[in-house]
Design a protein around this ligand. Structure first.
Ligand SMILES: Cc1ncc(COP(=O)(O)O)c(C=O)c1O
Length: 437
């Protein structure tokens, strides 16, 4: 029996019918490349699941984990040890000004789950605003915040989530255009707040830059406008930086681009670069102060796990030692230019190219005149369709990359070399030529 057959017999694959699961064969790797069990190399343009920001085979992280496991591998969630104290200090240094304390949990979903509980506990209000084209995680609370259709099969979720429109400039939900739109995608939130009762809304949850729901980079005044609305109505602003944190967009966190200080910030993925499960909720001094004498009703058995703390500390060390955040900004300029050039070369199929830092999105079309998407919202490509053939053409060129609906996402490890990035982009160019001519 092959390894895959053995695994499939007893281990369930996620987010898929078991008969259709697309398993990823990965035996090891180095930098931006991993190899499968047949020894074939793959260029990782998805950083596994947008988390492996520091790259594969990073010994500085695995060595730190091994040392921690040998010294103290099992500890109470409120245990005191060096890696945890040092991680708190490191996070306070790199997160936006004003974020002071951190709840160390297990994942991005759980970080959002806890942020929701904290917002309710601090404000005494129960409703929250989140966007339609968003993903905040798969646990019940986080999935209730999520607008992505992955929430639909298990609804009803939590009560009290009010959904807002997105900063989707290419297909503006209000039919407006920059710059005359006056950023309606942000200002319409005020109407939602008024209609839903300003004294009932605890928080607004927003991804820094939208991740797998379309890669929307908000207009420059979007975040500052929402920040001002939150101040006006005493609502907590939660930045979900699970996808965009740790250098993905060329700054430590996406909100840093707009100098916005959220009240809460959630993170995971790049926090350990995928080497260990860890999420965190960062809170402002004001939010933290609420819990000086009130109980923080949050916690799991393996919170603040020693090996995860050591992994995160070492990962932040790698970002700093190798200047990977600055590298993402610098190489990101080249990536974004090349995506625009690809759009110019394939005007019939690439409708929009957008992004920030080492995160890019190509939005693909089936019909340029009508601006019809290559694959409809929440649709899977049918076998033999252009989208399916594109996916095969990309795989044939050794590219591990996500094509979701009409969005082709480019998000390699931040340590990718210039030559590797160009090689991957050339492969996209060639695959588009092969399928669309
Ligand atoms: C923006 C965002 N928030 C939350 C999550 C959930 O993170 P996790 O899968 O670690 O629970 C994700 C995962 O893709 C995400 O992209």
């Amino acid at each position: 029996m092959s390894l895959l057959e053995r695994q499939r017999k007893h281990v369930l694959a996620t987010w898929s019918a078991q008969s259709k699961a697309a398993h990823v064969s990965i035996a090891g790797g180095s930098g931006a490349t991993f190899r499968d069990h047949d020894g074939r190399p793959w260029l990782d343009f998805e950083s596994q699941v947008f988390n492996c920001n520091a790259g594969h085979g990073e010994r500085r992280i695995t060595d730190a984990m091994a040392r921690q496991a040998a010294e103290l591998g099992c500890a109470h969630p409120n245990a005191v040890f060096e890696a945890k104290a040092a991680l708190g200090e490191a996070l306070a240094r790199i997160t936006p000004p004003g974020i002071e304390k951190f709840l160390l949990c297990l994942s991005g979903a759980e970080a959002n789950e806890n942020a929701l509980k904290i917002a309710r506990l601090v404000t005494g209000r129960s409703k929250v605003i989140a966007r339609w084209r968003s993903y905040h995680g798969a646990s019940m609370g986080a999935l209730s915040l999520t607008g992505d259709p992955r929430r639909l099969p298990t609804e009803p979720g939590l009560w009290g989530v009010v959904r807002a429109e997105d900063p989707y400039c290419y297909r503006c939900p209000f039919g407006l255009e920059r710059p005359t739109c006056q950023t309606r995608c942000a200002t319409h939130l005020e109407r939602l707040i008024e209609m839903e009762g300003p004294d009932q809304i605890a928080a607004i949850f927003l991804e820094g830059v939208t991740g797998a729901n379309g890669g929307f980079v908000p207009p420059p005044d979007y975040w500052p406008t929402v920040r001002a609305l939150c101040e006006r109505y005493g609502i907590l602003l939660v930045a979900d930086e699970v996808f965009t944190g740790f250098g993905r967009t060329g700054r430590w966190f996406a909100v840093d681009h707009w100098d916005v200080a959220p009240d809460l910030i959630t993170m995971a993925k790049g926090l350990t670069s995928g080497y260990a499960p860890l999420g965190a909720v960062g809170v402002s001094a004001q939010v933290a102060a609420h819990f000086d004498d009130e109980t923080l009703w949050c916690g799991l058995t393996t919170h603040g796990h020693p090996v995860s703390c050591a992994a995160a500390l070492a990962t932040i060390g790698v970002y700093e030692e190798d200047g990977l955040v600055a590298r993402s900004a610098q190489l990101g300029v080249h990536l974004q230019e090349r995506l625009q050039a690809l759009r110019a070369r394939h005007p019939n199929v690439i409708g929009d190219a957008r992004g920030l830092g080492l995160f890019g999105t190509l939005e693909l079309l089936s019909d340029r005149e009508r601006q019809s998407p290559l694959v409809g919202f929440n649709q899977a490509p049918t076998p033999g369709s252009p989208a399916a053939r594109l996916k095969s053409a990309l795989s044939a060129r050794g590219l591990h990359i996500l094509l979701r609906w009409s969005y082709l996402f480019i998000a390699p490890p931040l340590c990718i070399t210039d030559a590797e990035l160009d090689h991957g982009l050339d492969a996209i160019d060639a695959a588009l030529d092969e399928v669309f001519g």
